[in-house]
Each structure stands twice: as C-alpha cells, then as structure tokens.
Design a protein. Structure first.
Length: 190
C-alpha cells in the first residue's frame, strides 16, 4: 500500500487553488508512487474534519499538507493520529480571525454559497489543541509578510517543530514551488 499525502486548502479556497494545483502536479510528476489527493473541504469545521477522517480511514501511513485554515485542520488530525503535517502559514486560533468575517459568501470556483457563523467560531475554539503532543511531527513554513495571519502566533504555538521562517512574502507564501522538494521529503518520512 502506498503512502498517502493529503493537501488541505485554506478558508474560501479549493483543490483548484494555485498552491493545491502546484502541489498536485509536483507529486504526480516526481512522486507518482505516493497516493496524493487535494480535497475540497466543507466550510463547516466538523464536516471538514469528518471528510478528512473518512478519506484517511484507518491508515496511519499518511502525511498532511495544510495551508492557512487547512493548516489548522491538519493540526487537529495530526494530533489525533500522530502523523506528520507540513503547514504553510497556518491559522492558529482561527476563530479569532474568522469572527470578523461572519456572514454569507459565494465561492466562485465551487459555485456555491456558504455561511460563516458564530456557532462555527465556537467549534473552532473547542477544536484547537491546547498544546502539541509531538511538535517534531510538524514542518512549519512561515513568511513574516503574511498580511492575513500574524506569523508570530504560529511561531510560538508550534515551538519544537521544524520551522522555516522567511522574511517578507505574504499569506499565499511567495516562492512556494521552491519548497515542494522539502515538503515532499518531510511527508515521506512519516
């Protein structure tokens, strides 16, 4: 059975995002022996986690790649099953960021409406692991120029992880393609 790697996109994104597509193409080209999937996640946190768990099943030979809110969800799963996770500018305490964006939205790629609700903020707050059980399971990739999330929160929360902090950049992670080898290598070691 091949190792499984799952890509988890950020808030209001999809498997069609630039990072997801770059990652999918990279794994197809260089690591075709790995079972790679970029999921389209529901907007409700418990539904997103249920989909990820369903997709992974009982496997433990899995690694996760999560961007932004996908990084938060990857952390929730990695803490439960103790797998490796590579996180790109991950959301820490996402309920404190998303609570400023409550309302109804339309996703142009997925062609569907979704709601951001106070109940979801409560769920996100409850899901956040108080501390990491095995920080060495994480590769954390941060850019100090992230205009959406304060990189210092992740830097502090993921203390003990393998951390790559780049000066400048932005929330999308400028130069992401240059990091794909390191991401793939980290994922394969799980």
């Amino acid at each position: 059975m091949n190792k499984k790697v799952v890509y988890l996109h950020g808030f209001a994104s999809s498997s069609q995002s630039e990072k997801a597509q770059l990652t999918t193409a990279f794994f197809a080209r260089h690591y075709s022996h790995i079972d790679f999937t970029a999921l389209d996640l529901p907007y409700e946190p418990t539904s997103a986690l249920a989909l990820i768990k369903h997709h992974i099943g009982t496997r433990r030979d899995v690694a996760l790649i999560g961007s932004s809110l996908g990084g938060f969800l990857a952390t929730c799963i990695a803490e439960q099953i103790q797998c490796r996770a590579c996180l790109i500018n991950p959301a820490v305490a996402p309920h404190k960021v998303l609570d400023k964006h409550l309302g109804r939205y339309f996703h142009p790629v997925l062609q569907q409406h979704y709601d951001v609700t106070p109940a979801q903020m409560t769920v996100l707050a409850q899901l956040m692991p108080p501390q990491l059980l095995q920080p060495e399971n994480y590769l954390l990739m941060l850019q100090s120029g992230d205009e959406v999330l304060d990189y210092r929160q992740a830097f502090s929360y993921y203390r003990g992880a393998k951390i790559k902090l780049s000066e400048g950049g932005d929330h999308s992670y400028v130069g992401y393609t240059n990091e794909l080898d390191a991401i793939a290598n980290f994922c394969q070691l799980a």
